[in-house]
Design a protein around this ligand. Structure first.
Ligand code: TYC
Length: 143
């Protein structure tokens, strides 16, 4: 009788180890997840997507237009050649720009960075001075 009871019940030693293991598993602190679980903002039903527009960090550089001015003495042909040479325009476009300046008093020959615009102005003024013409040219920021 005592023999069979001994066989059915687990031994005291095994029972104690099992109990310790159960207590350990029940009380141990779970490992912290690497990424915190996503939390929804209050009022978010999960169906909507909010795209935030980040403010642009760098403004585009200010551009400058090179404006040529009319006068009564510089020959039309000289103006056309200057526009072709320094503003890389074909003859027809250069002629149209020259005529616009002649009629309106001024006209835009090109738009550039500040340094390039200043260079163009110097090139035109130098060429006009060398040829003995009073042609004037300025650069101004584009609105
Ligand atoms: N008005 C000049 C003439 O009749 C021609 C001219 C055109 C001069 C454009 C300057 O920027 C200019 N000869």
């Amino acid at each position: 009788m005592s023999q069979s009871r001994h066989h059915l019940s687990p031994c005291r030693k095994c029972n104690a180890r099992l109990l310790y293991k159960m207590i350990f598993m029940a009380t141990r602190i779970p490992p912290t997840p690497k990424t915190p679980p996503a939390t929804k903002p209050a009022g978010d039903d999960g169906d909507s997507v909010v795209l935030e527009r980040r403010p642009q960090k760098t403004a585009p550089p200010q551009m400058y237009q090179v404006v040529m001015l009319n006068d009564d003495y510089t020959p039309m042909e000289f103006v056309i050649v200057v526009i072709q040479q320094f503003f890389n325009k074909d003859r027809e476009t250069a002629t149209q720009i020259m005529l616009k300046i002649h009629l309106d008093g001024r006209g835009v020959c090109g738009v550039y960075s500040r340094d390039m615009a200043a260079t163009k102005v110097n090139q035109v003024m130098e060429a006009a001075h060398q040829a003995g013409h009073p042609l004037q040219c300025v650069s101004e920021p584009v609105e």
